[in-house]
Write a protein of this length. Structure first.
Length: 446
């Protein structure tokens, strides 16, 4: 099997590099608190259940604001949405520090978490849409999987530095990583303000009077292309199932691993988070390799879903720190492969005019899973312990597979890597088989 490639014009290459820079700094800023966020909230006086309720409030924010912020990106512009993300996220992050100093309770932290969710929703659909529209507008017609995989690798390196430095700063004072995050976001605000421009997308001139009708039109079209296109809807549901557990698991390992170590060493959380970054990078690096052998994206989505499920069960099954860490890293590798492939699947279906809204709608559906997962599993973990929830949650995320299989059976064009479409390329096959370029079309649900 061969995969067709396309040469990228120099202008498009420059835009991709700019995207890597912005996304890398953004991930660095975001990740600097990821290794210590749970520990920070516990230190602020919240219980285990309250910590995950506060984290669930973040997901509530994504559910509430994903579509409205996607509409902003699809009308006013992707650049404007990104700049708003930086301002809101920097301010809400500093609010966390102030609330901890004031000894605020779960309600105040939940409100702040909702605004942090708002900040991320301004970013989620806008940056990917800015990249895809920009490179296509500058003449690039090739696959996006490799670009997204490279972005994930760069993000993984940024997360590596962010989580390690966050752990070291947290060892001094748990509030320091939050302050540094806000400072990095403000630096990025200056860079993006002068260096980022919408290309391949024409912002719509809207007034306060016409904005509601424009927003309704774009949102309706985005939801139609996102939800009423059946293969995409099935992939979104599968993502929501995985997200419900993944978002809980991402924060639960921090106190769980310190519990396994029987040590209160905050720097260990930073080291583990760094190892997770390396595992994600390893998974991202494997995407291009698997593209040489696999004809369909759903093949990779199914294998990685199975790997994530089994490895998550292994984290809970393990009775000591090294074995639990090994399983956690395997789960991260699986997700590192899955994420860029899933991104490319969605962008291959979403039309340019509603691209940001469709991506935001996908994030909103994942957020629904995150709300249910974090709140429910957080309460359950307080009663039954972290290990039990890893086992149960790992088994539950296996339910995502039937939805991916259903999408696969519909054989949407977005499922096939460029230059392949035949029964011979339904799975992973040796390199060198002849490619068949016939493509079936799949009608959206009416």
């Amino acid at each position: 099997m061969t995969t067709a490639t396309a040469t990228m014009p120099p202008e498009a290459s420059n835009l991709v590099r700019r995207y890597y820079t912005y996304a890398g700094i953004y991930t660095l800023a975001a990740s600097i608190i990821w290794g210590i966020n749970t520990l920070f909230l516990l230190d602020a006086g919240l219980s285990i259940a309250e910590v995950f309720i506060a984290n669930a409030a973040f997901s509530v924010g994504t559910v509430l604001f994903e579509i409205p912020t996607g509409v902003v990106a699809d009308t006013i512009g992707r650049r404007a949405s990104f700049l708003l993300s930086l301002v809101v996220l920097a301010a809400s992050t500093l609010a966390y520090v102030g609330l901890a100093q004031a000894g605020a309770g779960i309600v105040a932290f939940s409100i702040a978490s909702i605004f942090i969710g708002l900040g991320f929703t301004f970013y989620s659909g806008a940056m990917e849409a800015w990249l895809v529209d920009g490179v296509q507008g500058l003449g690039y017609e090739g696959e996006m999987d490799g670009i997204f995989a490279n972005a994930q690798i760069i993000g993984g390196v940024a997360m590596l530095f962010g989580t390690v430095s966050g752990g070291l700063l947290g060892q001094i004072d748990l509030a320091l990583p939050f302050i540094v995050r806000s400072a990095l976001l403000l630096i990025l605000l200056g860079l993006a303000f002068f260096g980022m421009h919408d290309i391949g997308f024409q912002p719509r001139k809207v007034t306060w009077k016409t904005l509601p009708s424009e927003a309704k039109t774009v949102a309706t079209n985005g939801v139609r292309h996102g939800w009423r296109t059946r293969p995409l809807r099935l992939i979104m549901i599968a993502g929501a199932i995985q997200s419900g557990f993944f978002m809980w698991a991402w924060y639960a390992w921090q106190p769980y691993f310190l519990e396994l170590l029987e040590r209160d060493a905050i720097w260990v959380a930073g080291v583990v988070a760094a190892l997770l970054s390396l595992a994600m990078i390893a998974g991202n690096s494997l995407v291009k390799f698997f593209m040489r052998f696999c004809g369909r994206r759903t093949t990779l989505l199914l294998w990685t879903a199975a790997g994530f499920s089994v490895a998550s069960i292994g984290v809970g099954w393990a009775t000591n720190f090294p074995v639990a860490l090994l399983f956690l890293l395997v789960s991260a590798i699986a997700m590192g492969v899955q994420m860029p492939v899933r991104q490319a699947f969605i962008h291959a279906i979403a039309p340019s005019e509603e691209r940001a809204t469709v991506v935001s709608f996908d994030s909103m559906i994942s957020g629904v899973g995150g709300v249910a997962g974090q709140a429910g599993l957080g309460i359950y973990s307080e009663k039954q312990g972290y290990a039990a929830v890893y086992v149960v949650g790992g088994a539950v995320v296996a339910l995502a597979a039937p939805f991916v299989i259903a999408a696969r059976r519909m054989k949407p064009p977005a499922d096939y890597f460029e230059g392949t479409h035949s029964s011979e390329t339904d799975g992973c096959v040796p390199h060198g088989l002849p490619s068949i370029t016939h493509v079936n079309t799949v009608a959206a649900d009416s």
